[in-house]
Each structure stands twice: as structure tokens, then as C-alpha cells.
Design a binder for this molecule. Structure first.
Ligand code: SF4
Length: 339
């Protein structure tokens, strides 16, 4: 344990990336970076972090913003529930904690959208408290180095990896230790083609010694992907405004704007419906974590009474209305063919 702990910190001192959230102990900035980087690569998340910290320099600024403004800044990151939680948590902090972050792991866990990983990250990076972070990078390093072949997404696997991470934690330097092991997983012990030939712990790595690097970590198979079939209607009025509606709760893209939608259960039903319709562009495919969407966009002649049901928007006004990435992709490719 001691040798690995020291090797990780030595490696980190030589190889760490210079990232803005590593220059602060402000829990607000650390929390922002952690929420933005969940399910997102660092190079993709970095400009979002810069935009959020510039637009909302304090947690109060974020709390006071309109939800739509927050979702507009979030646009393109996906997983919009994270954007909504971010805003709700800022309001919770302002109302219940006077804009201050709680200073213990247990109290951090009570914040909306903050799970064990994020609570440990804030507790260690902002307050140097001894809580081990366990993210995908940490699972991978631990699983390979110690040769643990329990599935990382099984309850027993999670429990054992958390215990192992806690044992390995440098109690005197938890912030540095947590940064080091995560960075080591991200850059050195990578998911595919880890650089074992130049790894500082190659001589004691169980996965390498037993030729199991490619098999570890183990993960149980994902849940079934739901297929959905969308036909979006492009409805324009005489002022060249298009009809939009806002998506409701309990489904993907809550609070985002989209064209009027007809959804089908099967591809065949959707294709039958499309016979004779004026299709704009190609069939679009959009993949989410547990869903795969096939979508067509068709030009639809408005019925006389349609106006009252929809929000009519000029395309320029769309900058104030967050839209799903799928609609964005369609507009980038075909905005010249809508009228
Ligand atoms: S030797 Fe390879 S698998 Fe083992 S810790 Fe190093 S990079 Fe990861």
C-alpha cells in the first residue's frame, strides 16, 4: 500500500495536467467542475467550466439565474438533469446555508445531485478531509493493480473497491492523493492501451503479472437500450416562425424545446406514417445512455387552429431557448430548407 501511494504521488508531480480547478480550494468552483465533468471528457468540459465560472462567479449568482439561462449554458453537455440539479443545488445552498458549502462529507451528501463521489471530491479538495474518491479511473487502477475481478457495478464490487480506496488513501494528504490516483487512471492506466511498459508500478501490478490488463476492470452488462422513433413536424407561419413545444417531466430532455413530435413504437410504424410526407434531410440517429432515437423531420402544413398550441419562434430567438442536441444537429445541417 505504502509503495503504491508514494508511486502515485511521485508520478502525479511529474505528469499532472494544468487544470483551472486544481488551482482553487473554493468548494463552489470544485463542485462546478465535478458536476460538469461527470460523464464528460476534460477537454469537452473545460470550456463549460470557464463559461460557468465567468457567468456565475459565485453560488448566489448561479442561484439567482433563470433556469433557462443555466440550461442554455449547459447546452451540448447532455444529461440535462445535471444542469437542473446544479441550479437547484445553488438555490438550496443560498436558501438553507447562506451561500456557504457544508464542511463535512455527511452534510455535503445532503445536497441535491451530490453523491458519494462528488461529496468526497469536495471534502478532500476544498477542506482536505480524509475521504477517498472512487470514480471510473480509481476503479480501474485498483482493479488492475490489486487484480480484483469483482464487477465494479455490482453491490459487492462497489463495497470492496470503496474499502480498498479508503485503505489506500493518504490520510495526511487526501487532496493530493485523490488527484494523483484519478489522474493516473486518466492518463497512465487508461481504459484501452494503458502504458504498462513505462508504468512506475509495473513490477507489482497483479493484472500485468497475470496477463489480465485487458480483462480488468470487470463490469456487468448494461441494461437494455430502449429504441424510440420520432417524427418531428416543421410547422412554419407566414412570419417564418417555427412551432416549438417544451418537453415535460419524467422523460428525457425535460424543459428543453423541440418541434411538435409524433412518437412511434416501431420503425415500421414510423415508416408507414412517413409515406407521402415531405421529409427534410436524412434519418437522424441519436444515442443516449439507455435510449436510441431514430428521427425524421417533415414539413407539415399547418392546420388552421394550430397556432394556439405551440410557441412560435424565430430561429434567432432559439438562443434563449435550450434545445436537445438532436434538434441542434438537424438545424445545423438543414436550416436552409425549412420554409
Ligand atoms: S502496469 Fe499497466 S495495468 Fe498495471 S497499473 Fe500500470 S498501467 Fe495500469
Amino acid at each position: 500500500m505504502n509503495a503504491l501511494r508514494q508511486a502515485l504521488q511521485d508520478w502525479y508531480k511529474d505528469h499532472q495536467r494544468d487544470l483551472p480547478w486544481r488551482h482553487t480550494q473554493d468548494p463552489y468552483f470544485i463542485w462546478l467542475s465535478e458536476i460538469i465533468l461527470q460523464q464528460t471528457r476534460v477537454d469537452q468540459g473545460l470550456p463549460y467550466y470557464q463559461r460557468f465560472t465567468k457567468t456565475f462567479p459565485t453560488v448566489q449568482d448561479l442561484a439567482n439565474a433563470a433556469q433557462q439561462e443555466v440550461l442554455n449554458l449547459w447546452q451540448g453537455l447532455g444529461y440535462y438533469s445535471r444542469g437542473r440539479n446544479l441550479h437547484a443545488t445553488a438555490q438550496q445552498l443560498t436558501l438553507e446555508h447562506n451561500g456557504e458549502f457544508p464542511k463535512t462529507y455527511q452534510d455535503l451528501l445532503k445536497l441535491k445531485g451530490v453523491g458519494p463521489y462528488t461529496a468526497a471530491a469536495i471534502a478532500s479538495f476544498a477542506f482536505n478531509l480524509p475521504h477517498a474518491v472512487v470514480d471510473g479511473n480509481v476503479f480501474r487502477v485498483l482493479s488492475r493493480y490489486f487484480g480484483v475481478d469483482l464487477a465494479i457495478n455490482s453491490p459487492e464490487g462497489k463495497r470492496q473497491f470503496e474499502a480498498l480506496a479508503g485503505e489506500l488513501l493518504d490520510q495526511h494528504n487526501p487532496a493530493l492523493h485523490n488527484q494523483a490516483i484519478m489522474e493516473f487512471g486518466a492518463l497512465q492506466c487508461k481504459p484501452v492501451s494503458p502504458n504498462c511498459a513505462v508504468c512506475p508500478v509495473q513490477e507489482s501490478c497483479m493484472a500485468l503479472l497475470s496477463n489480465k490488463v485487458a480483462q480488468l476492470p470487470l463490469k456487468l452488462k448494461k441494461v437494455k437500450v430502449r429504441k424510440r422513433f420520432f417524427v418531428y413536424h416543421i410547422l412554419a407561419n407566414a412570419q417564418n416562425e417555427l412551432a416549438f413545444s417544451k418537453r415535460g417531466p419524467k422523460d428525457i430532455w425535460e424543459g428543453l424545446y423541440e418541434f411538435p413530435l409524433t412518437e412511434f413504437d416501431t420503425l415500421d410504424e414510423m415508416l408507414a406514417y412517413l409515406g407521402g410526407e415531405q421529409i427534410i434531410g436524412e434519418r437522424f440517429q441519436h444515442v443516449l445512455t439507455h435510449q436510441r432515437i431514430e428521427a425524421y423531420f417533415i414539413k407539415t402544413t399547418p392546420k388552421e387552429n394550430f397556432k394556439s398550441n405551440y410557441l412560435m419562434l424565430d430561429l434567432k430567438a432559439l438562443t434563449d431557448h435550450p434545445i436537445p442536441r438532436l434538434i441542434d444537429k438537424f438545424l445545423i445541417a438543414h436550416s436552409g430548407e425549412l420554409f
